[in-house]
Design a protein around this ligand. Sequence first.
Ligand SMILES: Nc1ncnc2c1ncn2[C@@H]1O[C@H](COP(=O)(O)OP(=O)(O)OP(=O)(O)O)[C@@H](O)[C@H]1O
Length: 263
Amino acid sequence: MSALSLEHITKVYDPAPASLLDRLRGRPARPGFQALNNVNLTVEHGEFFGLLGPNGAGKTTLISILAGLGRATSGSAKVCGYDVVSQFRESRRALGVVPQELVYDPFFTVRQTLRLQSGYFGLRKNDDWIDEILFNLGLSDKADANMRALSGGMKRRVLVAQALVHRPPVIILDEPTAGVDVDLRRTLWEFISRLNKQGHTILLTTHYLEEAEELCGRIAMLKQGHIVALDTTQALLSRVGGTDLEDVFVRIMQNDNPLEILA
Ligand SMILES: Nc1ncnc2c1ncn2[C@@H]1O[C@H](COP(=O)(O)OP(=O)(O)OP(=O)(O)O)[C@@H](O)[C@H]1O
């Protein structure tokens, strides 16, 4: 049983509703937008896996499907063997997601936010673990601060903490270091790497390719909803050539037929 598995996942977003004028003129409905096209991917337990792609490639769409926030148009997705649709509770419990957007409730303190999140998973008396997470993310002295009083980087740390309150075996981080300072990056990666060494599976999306190169054992690259590369980081570097992962990424994305350069 894999940590994450996606089989033939396709996602077509509904088109924007036709305007009244279009309808009156009898114009045909616009087609939906295909964000993912027959994606097959398996991530094994304990992997540190990178999901890379340019803006709009479909990374967040794929993560939303795994987190049960969006439905695939076709195909099946599982977290730790649990189907994300028919076994939503189990699959969601196995997953911690750090979202890309800074979403928070401005009326709560950091500790209240984390207690509330624990409550969603039926966890009471979770304070020992909450304290440990706060410490590891350099947030101990902010525990009683109101969320709206935190800087952007601090809010992002809380998002990471929120994803971890129920000790999920699989952690997905959607661009967790966007706009954060060097200090947080270090703290965050040290903590996440430690969790990975303890057996947690990590799926990371990032536009900082040097981070992906350093951290990820395997990498998938998405381009316009297709997986165009999937291999170990070392194999991608040696097969595609170039000086670093950024070079590899650019070469693959600029090639009309990326599979050609990976052959
Ligand atoms: N709700 C939606 N309705 C219609 N199209 C959408 C919707 N959400 C995303 N899309 C489109 O689907 C495509 C994939 O978007 P997605 O957010 O998954 O990309 P991404 O790889 O995460 O990009 P980024 O790196 O910018 O975060 C984009 O073209 C986007 O405009």
